[in-house]
Structures are given as structure tokens and as C-alpha cells.
Design a binder for this molecule. Structure first.
Ligand SMILES: NC(=O)c1ccc[n+]([C@@H]2O[C@H](COP(=O)([O-])OP(=O)(O)OC[C@H]3O[C@@H](n4cnc5c(N)ncnc54)[C@H](O)[C@@H]3O)[C@@H](O)[C@H]2O)c1
Length: 278
């Protein structure tokens, strides 16, 4: 018996990364999943939908821009039409946005990051909440970040949006607790591919040279040797788990938050950081 048997879940930004892992995990545990991404639906179908079906799961794929209200509403309406209800919403989607100082950034760059990372939460929650309120049941899981709790240089819109995800989560949780709806946030730690993108973006912006091989080597060495407490970062020597934060770890927490076992948890922002404290 799966932990999400009989449940219907929407998972956003599911063509890759954390969201793909969440969608696969939910489906493995018996949920029917509606997954969406901006990529063409055939791509989503091929990359993720087919994996879920091959494993015996039930899935519907959408090409949806989660910052577009009409597209979000159409996805939610079609999910309701096909599956009759929505129990779980995992707002995983997130973009890094520009790697620049504020004075070099355009208003459009700022807005795009906030649209995708924050408006999407508002739009998806607004669309599913009437169903959840009516049935007095719902689990909403929002993806923030380590950057939801600390600055990330040259990425003001990303950091602002991820801090906003925590504010949105806490406030919505307070509003909908009376309807038996849980709202929580997950804060994944760093991931080598995203750290690589950030380092490359910073180097390009600052006009510094960048060598991917050297970066990967130094990243691996740092992980192996970084055993001190550095600015609040507790590492393996002190007895904490020294493990990279993978999408599977965030997906495992998402599963717990989506299940009935998380009944008393709401308004929380939980790190999957391998022992790093924020
Ligand atoms: N990977 C990390 O290191 C890390 C660390 C901390 C937090 N996070 C957070 O976890 C979440 C997932 O991160 P990831 O690195 O797995 O993401 P990713 O970049 O691997 O995937 C994001 C997906 O979202 C899709 N997408 C982009 N814009 C969209 C839109 N407007 N509508 C619909 N889909 C859209 C992309 O096509 C892509 O498939 C994000 O919210 C991110 O901020 C990630």
C-alpha cells in the first residue's frame, strides 16, 4: 500500500530536477499526478510521463507557464475534469533569474523571476484552494531554498523570491489551517549543477575567467575537506551528516509533507541540507 494511494497531486516544473523527483516519488506511492512544465508537452511526456506510466503510475502532462493565470486555471480545470479532485499541490518550479547587481538589472529581469517563483504560488494556490477548502483537505508544498534564509550575492530577485516563498507559506498556513489544509516549505541545499551555473554566471558578469573542470574539482575537494564550522555551517567532523543535498532528499521530505503523517506540521520551512544550518 502506498502512502498516497487514492490522492491526486499537481506538481509544477516537472521536466527535470527536484520536481521530476517529486512527481516520480508521489506516483510510486500511489498518487495520480498532474505534471506541468513550460517545455512542449511531448518533451515532458517523454522525459517524465513515460517513466511514471512504465512504473505503473497514472499521470497527465501539461504544457503550462505557471506565471500565466489562464494557463494555470486551464491545467487545474482539466485535472479536476479528469480525476475529480486535487489533494496535493507541489509548487516546485523555480528559476535562478539574472546574476547581476541591481543597478545592472532590467525591470523585466526582476519581474520575470518574481513572476515564475512567486506569482506561480499565488496562481496555483488560488486555483486549487476552492476544491481543498470544500473537501476540508489539502497539502501544499512550496519550494524555497537555502537562499530563502540567507543572502545570495548578485541574485537579488532569486533571494527575494525564495524569502517570499517562506512568508507566503507561513501566512497561507495561518489562513487555511481552519480548513484542515497544511502548507509547508522545503529549503533544499546546494546542488553541483546549479552551483556551477551560479559560479559561471558570476564569473561572466564580473569579467573573470571560468574553468568548469577546475570548478568541479574544487567543489569535490571542498565537500571532502570542509569539516569545520564556518559561519554557522556545521560539518561532518562535528558529527553532522555531510551529504550533498540531492533532489531525492527533497522528494522524500515532500512525500512526508504530502502524506497524512504530517498532519500536525504547517507553516514550516524545512532544510534538506545535509547538516548545514541556516
Ligand atoms: N537545485 C538546487 O540546487 C536548488 C537549491 C535550492 C532550492 N532549489 C529550488 O528547488 C526548485 C527546483 O529546482 P531545480 O534546480 O530542480 O530546477 P530545474 O532548473 O532543474 O528545473 C526547473 C523546471 O522548471 C521549468 N520551468 C521554468 N519556468 C517555468 C514556468 N514559467 N512554468 C512552468 N515550468 C517552468 C523548467 O523548464 C524546468 O524543467 C526551485 O524552486 C529551486 O529554486 C533548488
Amino acid at each position: 500500500m502506498g502512502k498516497l494511494d487514492g490522492k491526486v497531486a499537481i506538481v509544477t516544473g516537472a521536466a527535470r530536477g527536484h520536481s521530476e523527483a517529486v512527481a516520480l516519488r508521489f506516483a510510486q506511492e500511489g498518487a495520480t499526478v498532474a505534471i506541468c512544465d513550460v517545455v512542449p508537452v511531448e518533451v515532458l511526456e517523454k522525459q517524465v510521463g513515460s517513466k511514471i506510466r512504465q512504473a505503473g503510475g497514472k499521470v497527465i502532462c501539461f504544457q503550462t507557464d505557471v506565471a500565466n493565470e489562464d494557463q494555470v486555471n486551464a491545467m487545474v480545470a482539466e485535472t479536476l475534469a479528469q480525476f475529480g479532485t486535487i489533494d496535493i499541490l507541489a509548487n516546485v518550479v523555480g528559476i535562478a533569474g539574472p546574476t547581476k547587481d541591481v543597478w545592472d538589472m532590467t525591470l523585466d529581469e526582476w519581474k520575470l523571476t518574481l513572476d515564475v517563483n512567486l506569482d506561480s504560488l499565488f496562481l496555483c494556490c488560488k486555483a486549487v484552494l476552492p476544491t481543498m477548502v470544500e473537501k476540508r483537505y489539502g497539502k501544499i508544498i512550496n519550494f524555497s531554498s537555502a537562499t530563502g534564509k540567507q543572502p545570495l550575492t548578485h541574485r537579488t530577485p532569486y533571494a527575494t523570491s525564495k524569502m517570499g516563498v517562506i512568508g507566503f507559506t507561513r501566512t497561507l498556513a495561518a489562513d487555511v489551517g481552519q480548513h484542515n489544509i497544511n502548507v509547508n516549505a522545503i529549503c533544499p541545499g546546494e546542488h553541483v549543477d546549479r552551483s556551477l551555473e551560479l559560479a559561471r554566471g558570476r564569473a561572466e558578469y564580473l569579467g573573470n575567467p571560468f574553468d568548469e573542470e577546475e570548478f568541479r574539482q574544487r567543489y569535490a575537494e571542498r565537500r571532502a575537506n570542509d569539516k569545520a564550522i564556518l559561519a554557522g555551517r556545521w560539518r561532518a567532523e562535528e558529527g553532522f551528516i555531510d551529504q550533498s543535498s540531492g533532489s531525492e532528499h527533497a522528494a522524500a521530505l515532500a512525500l512526508f509533507l504530502a502524506s497524512d503523517e504530517s498532519a500536525s506540521m504547517t507553516g514550516q520551512d524545512i532544510n534538506t541540507s545535509g547538516g548545514i544550518m541556516w
